[in-house]
Design a binder for this molecule. Structure first.
Ligand SMILES: [Zn+2]
Length: 741
């Protein structure tokens, strides 16, 4: 009896151990599967020909992805949409006065780089969704063409009204440049790649090195994505065959003035022809010329005419049904379309995503049954304006709002440090994942490596000490620039964007030179970080799919929002002090006394000092959020140590509530002036493009000095945060009510 009892106990113990081990084993097994060699093969296949939206090879890649996923035994399908996609018929940039010069607008092939010679399939260099136009006007150099640059021009007494502006790439998303230029009265816009940003200033140029050669051009979309991304003709709804489309003339995301990107070989003669004042020091690039601003007698002719066709895009979607909670979805995506051959962008991220999926398919064959449904997506049309992900998210909006737990994105990657951005309710979770992934170069965890790197680059002793002592590394907030945008900003699905990089530079972004030759000579040449990405995101997907309770955590979120509120207060105070000081200097005559008569500056006008704003509703909301987050942490901790786990029914109810927490941060009416963007905590800035604005309604109202709007937005954000706190509190109470013995 005793001995048999002991045997029973031993058997039970060993079964428990197997169960425990097995849980870990799935993860370990998953991380052992991704293969660098396979990622190399996928990239070579995917980038063998140009594959922009609507091209034959774009479709071919989608079909190949579909059949590959099916071969792995997965349930895969293609979902198609019809979107507006302009391609140029005519492009002209020429200097017509004081001397003649015609821009080549061509990227030459290099013999060592075979795919760079696939001329017939390559999209010409252009900015998609530029309006058609044919203009001739004086040229003005506007540096990066961001708001501060126009403030500087105003001080110098220079207007761009009726002019064509030339801006260099950098400092903000490219679409902001023509948008702002048009608002300032310009009639055309050129954007060029200065060697200071991604050319010879940094190192050898392609094909001797990774940097942008003189004729390399950065293509890219200039659609006004901060207004709404996706098909310009179907805002807010999926671009299905029968969708109601608005007329092209009503599409607000097409630029108001014509815009073309050019190389620095084409830009140099234009810039050299400028006269007028010498550009301020921080406006100067790395070309061997004196940078001047104009306008003078340098006159430019710019013409662009496009075919405004509808093209079919093909998203490849894989579904792995959940065994316990099929209506809770973990969604994972990376795009498959490219501007040209796209080895780095998007091949490096997509090859990793494929290896994750193959690893998951191996696990399924060995008997793994994920509790939640897993949806893997290879998006089409990302480059042109997040077309594939936006149209899919809009088409399935109602279902996604019900079922989506998390969306995880990746895009182009390189060698180096882990990059983690996203919803702060996932900060603790993704830190946990990063602790378990080994860095392929340093053989320490990618988390540790990132922490040490942050110590070395910290800007202050306080920051350094925080990096050393805070349990979690801070993750960045998401703006826009990749396919998470619709999930997070439009639908309120908690999202993450994960990547690696920071060690290699390069200047082939969106050019014909972003190809297999470049990547395998100058980037993650061993595909070691491609493997690390597959291990990282694969681990995250498994944990999210199998966790009993969805692993959101709210105290990091509450603390982060508290920081955002302090930032806003400081920003307002800084504006008040700055305007007070400037007004005083104007009265004292500082500006007229210091202006050099030979290089006169226009004195600024006096301005009303910004009023004090009532931040109390936000302070109270952050307080409530912190309290409920604390309560939730304690309740979740008790459950995690419980002897008897909650019933499946109880878990379903708890997770159902948790899934609503990110949704509670959205508002049906969206942000002021851009109703598509519904998240009240994260959004791309209206004038930064990719760059994030946190608490965007309040922050942008303050920046634009709209004080009434700021007060209104403070209340709206505070209400959303209070609602969030109420949900968290209610889940914490549900957890408290669970028996644990
Ligand atoms: Zn990309």
């Amino acid at each position: 009896m005793r001995s048999s009892c002991l045997i029973v106990v031993l058997v039970l113990c060993s079964q428990l151990a197997i169960a425990q081990n097995q849980k870990t084993d799935w993860e370990l097994l998953l991380r052992s599967i991704p293969s660098p060699e396979r990622q190399r093969e996928y990239m070579q296949r995917l980038s063998a020909r140009p594959h922009h939206v609507g091209s034959a090879y774009d479709k071919d890649n989608a079909q190949w992805l579909l059949s590959t996923f099916k071969q792995w035994g997965l349930n895969a399908r293609i979902e198609s949409f019809d979107v507006l996609f302009p391609t140029p018929k005519e492009r002209v940039v020429e200097l017509i006065e004081p001397n003649k010069f015609t821009a080549t607008l061509e990227e030459p092939a290099f013999t060592v780089d075979i795919t760079s010679g696939q001329r017939v399939d390559q999209l010409p260099t252009y900015n998609a969704y530029s309006v058609d136009g044919d203009v001739a006007a004086p040229l003005v150099y506007v540096n990066y063409g961001i708001p501060e640059d126009y403030d500087q021009l105003e001080r110098m007494g220079i207007s761009v009204k009726g002019c064509i502006v030339i801006a260099r790439y950098g400092a903000a998303w490219r679409g902001i440049k023509p948008k702002l230029a048009a608002e300032k009265g310009a009639i055309g816009c050129l954007i060029y790649s200065d060697p200071k940003e991604d050319g010879y200033y940094h190192g050898d140029v392609f094909p001797d090195g990774p940097w942008r050669p003189k004729d390399g051009v950065q293509r890219g979309s200039v659609m006004d994505m901060p207004l709404y991304p996706g098909d310009p003709l179907t805002p807010g709804v999926g671009a299905t065959a029968d969708a109601k489309r608005i007329p092209l003339k009503d599409a607000k995301t097409i630029t108001r003035i014509p815009v073309l990107p050019i190389s620095y070989a084409d830009a140099q003669p234009l810039l050299a022809a400028l006269n007028g004042p010498v550009a301020p020091e921080h406006w100067r690039g790395a070309l061997p010329i004196t940078y001047k601003i104009g306008p003078g007698n340098a006159k430019v002719h710019l013409k662009i005419k496009s075919k405004w066709d509808s093209k079919t895009i093909n998203d490849v979607i894989v579904t792995i049904p959940g065994s316990l909670y099929p209506d809770e979805w973990i969604i994972r995506g990376n795009h498959h379309d490219a501007w040209v051959n796209g080895a780095m962008d998007p091949g490096s991220g997509l090859a990793a995503e494929m290896e994750e999926l193959r690893a998951l398919s191996e696990l399924l064959k060995k008997g793994w049954k994920p509790k939640r449904t897993i949806v893997y997506c290879a998006w089409d049309g990302e480059e042109e304006g997040l077309l594939g992900s936006t149209e899919w998210a809009e088409t399935h909006a109602a279902e996604l709002k019900q079922k989506a737990v998390v969306y995880i994105n990746s895009d182009a990657i390189g060698r180096g440090f882990i990059g983690m951005s996203g919803s702060h309710s996932l900060e603790k979770f993704i830190n946990g994942v990063a602790r378990d992934i080994e860095d392929p170069e340093k053989k320490i965890s990618v988390w540790k490596r990132s922490q040490l790197q942050r110590i070395s680059s910290a800007q202050s002793p306080e920051e350094r000490s925080e990096v050393r002592t805070r349990p979690d590394l801070r993750i960045g907030a998401l703006g826009s620039g990749s396919d998470y945008t619709s999930f997070l900003d439009h639908l309120g699905v908690s999202s993450l964007d994960i990547g690696y990089g920071g060690e290699d530079g390069g200047g082939i972004y969106h050019s014909i030179y972003d190809d297999f030759y470049w990547f395998t000579h100058f980037a993650d040449t061993e595909f070691a970080y491609g493997r690390a990405l597959a291990q990282t995101v694969g681990t995250a997907v498994i944990r999210l799919a199998d966790a009993d309770i969805v692993p959101y955590q709210f105290s990091n979120f509450a603390e982060t929002v508290g920081r955002y509120v302090s930032e806003l207060k400081k920003q307002l105070e800084a504006m008040q002090n700055q305007i007070k000081e400037r007004n005083q200097e104007i009265t004292e005559g500082v500006f007229s006394a210091t202006s050099d008569p030979k290089h006169p500056l226009v004195p600024p006008a006096t301005e009303e000092v910004p009023p004090y704003l009532n931040f109390a509703p936000l302070d109270n909301a952050v307080d409530a959020l912190s309290r409920s987050a604390d309560h939730y942490d304690k309740a979740a901790e008790r459950i995690s140590q419980a002897f008897v786990p909650p019933s499946q029914e109880a878990l379903k109810a708890i997770n159902g509530k948790l899934m609503l927490t990110e949704r509670a941060l959205t508002h049906a009416e969206g942000l002021p002036g851009r109703p598509w963007f519904k998240h009240l905590v994260y959004a791309p800035g209206a004038y930064t493009g990719y760059g994030v604005k946190t608490l965007p309604g309040v922050r942008e109202a303050i920046e634009l000095k709209r004080w009434k709007e700021a007060e209104k937005e403070i209340v709206r954000v505070a209400t959303a945060l209070q609602n969030e706190a109420n949900i968290i509190e209610s889940v914490a109470r549900d957890l408290d009510a669970q028996p644990t013995k």
